[in-house]
Design a protein around this ligand. Structure first.
Ligand code: SF4
Length: 141
């Protein structure tokens, strides 16, 4: 089953019902592809997670790998932007805007927002390397 933003714009009670339905379907053996901006839903339902930015998958891994040890600077920033219930850490927003996909720059698509940008990020798009995990970033070359 492909579920595209199944909990978006729903009140919390209906969200909980949808989450329970998805969990039960999964328990019954159904494979589910969940497409969502809601990271808490993803962390609750999904075993494997692919992070998309600027029309490309920039990181792929198990839910544990992605949420406990994110590698790509966008994934790290995305997780830091989630409000926390516990502790004093405040969510950090991601500065800048998404890239213009009608006229993309030659290098990495996260270049204008990345705190680790290097010279080669501007020239060549990074390749999806698997040796250090599935990360689309020159930091892991
Ligand atoms: S390739 Fe460069 S600009 Fe892109 S995410 Fe990695 S470090 Fe940042």
């Amino acid at each position: 089953m492909i579920a595209d933003e199944p909990t978006t714009a729903l009140d919390v009670l209906v969200q909980a019902q949808i989450l329970n339905l998805l969990k039960n379907l999964k328990k019954d053996g159904m494979s589910i592809m969940l497409i969502s901006h809601d990271l808490s839903t993803i962390s609750e339902i999904c075993e494997k997670v692919g992070i998309m930015y600027g029309g490309k998958m920039v990181e792929f891994g198990t839910s544990h790998e992605i949420f406990e040890n994110p590698k790509h600077p966008y994934t790290q920033a995305l997780i830091q932007s989630i409000p926390r219930l516990h502790g004093t850490e405040k969510p950090k927003y991601i500065p800048g805007s998404p890239p213009n996909l009608l006229d993309p720059k030659p290098g990495c698509r996260f270049i204008d927002r990345c705190p680790h940008v290097m010279e080669k990020c501007k020239k060549d798009p990074p390749k999806f390397k698997t040796e250090s995990g599935y990360v689309l970033c020159w930091l892991y070359e």
